[in-house]
Ligand binder design. Structure first.
Ligand code: B12
Ligand code: SF4
Ligand code: SF4
Length: 213
């Protein structure tokens, strides 16, 4: 079935990110979960082509993701859930278990290949076990990064060891922060593991979505 899902997703640029069976007795919404997302911006061209025909749709990336992932869910007898559905499903906790990832100082999970340049667009929930164990810990690149330039990248110090000051960030981006608005978060962009960095256009799209929340 994993192969089938991979094939079904291939025309969208989205990828299967991993998954696991919930533990017996665990407070969980299903027996197993598979995460769908992207590493880098491989989905962007597919999404943009869809968008040319659907330019009046609200939250277009969410809408497109729902169309793609609902179809896969129907094909494989799963229930699809989405990161922006409320109450929020713990996508990052699931990703840590599915891919063995840990958070960067910015809150975004650090991936050994994609760096900070990846995200989750949905999850497939199954009412049957898939016999999938949790992933072993992946190499955590932040442990090897001595200078931690992400901490210095933000002009208003919105990230520190205590977490992320959303108000300070949003205030800057809506005011003086033209660079953040046009090219994306400077702290995220300061990370040296940038082989999969999203193009500026993609970052500006996500920043607009963040400001609209
Ligand atoms: C609410 C939310 C936000 C709030 C954070 C408010 C806060 N301080 O908690 C706001 C709107 C500020 C935000 C911003 C961003 N977010 Co956000 N966000 C979410 C959302 C929808 C829910 C998080 C939640 O509360 N979960 C409920 C708890 C129970 O689940 P959890 O897994 O334990 O949640 C963990 C996270 O909330 C994390 N966390 C706490 N504070 C922050 C702050 C940031 C910036 C991040 C990334 C995580 C994070 O700690 C929790 C405990 O482990 C998730 C999607 C989801 N459903 O998880 C995306 C999510 C966490 N966000 C994500 C991202 C990428 C961002 C942005 C960096 C960029 C963007 N949206 O394009 C921006 C940062 C803005 C910037 N400067 O660039 C990604 C992270 C992917 C990854 N690689 O790890 C997620 C998973 C969405 C996705 N589609 O993949 N986000
Ligand atoms: S700059 Fe270093 S510490 Fe910060 S996210 Fe990148 S690898 Fe991790
Ligand atoms: S978007 Fe700009 S203001 Fe917000 S955390 Fe990133 S660098 Fe700082």
């Amino acid at each position: 079935m994993i192969e089938r899902i991979t094939v079904l997703l291939s025309s969208s640029g989205l990828i299967l990110r991993g998954g696991f069976d919930f533990n017996p007795g665990e407070d969980a919404p299903a027996k197993a979960v598979l995460l769908v997302g992207h590493g880098g911006a491989g989905y962007w061209g597919h999404f943009q082509r869809w968008r040319t025909q659907h330019d009046d749709v609200a939250d277009p990336l969410d809408a497109w993701s729902r169309i793609v992932i609902d179809e896969v869910a129907n094909e494989v007898g799963a229930r699809a859930v989405y990161p922006s559905d409320q109450p929020y499903m713990p996508f990052q906790q699931w990703a840590m278990r599915a891919e063995g990832l840990r958070p960067s100082p910015l809150g975004v999970l650090m991936h050994p290949e994609f760096g900070l340049w990846h995200a989750y667009r949905g999850a497939l929930l199954f009412d049957r076990a898939l016999v999938l164990g949790e992933a072993p810990q992946a190499r955590h690149l932040c442990d090897e990064c001595r200078q931690k330039p992400c901490f210095l990248g933000c002009p208003v110090g919105a990230f520190d060891v205590d977490g992320y000051d959303v108000g300070a960030c949003r205030g800057h981006v809506l005011g003086e922060g033209v660079a953040c608005r046009k090219r994306g978060c400077l702290a995220r962009n300061a990370c040296p593991y940038d082989a999969y960095r999203y193009p500026a256009e993609v970052q500006a799209f996500h920043m607009d979505a963040f400001l609209a929340e």
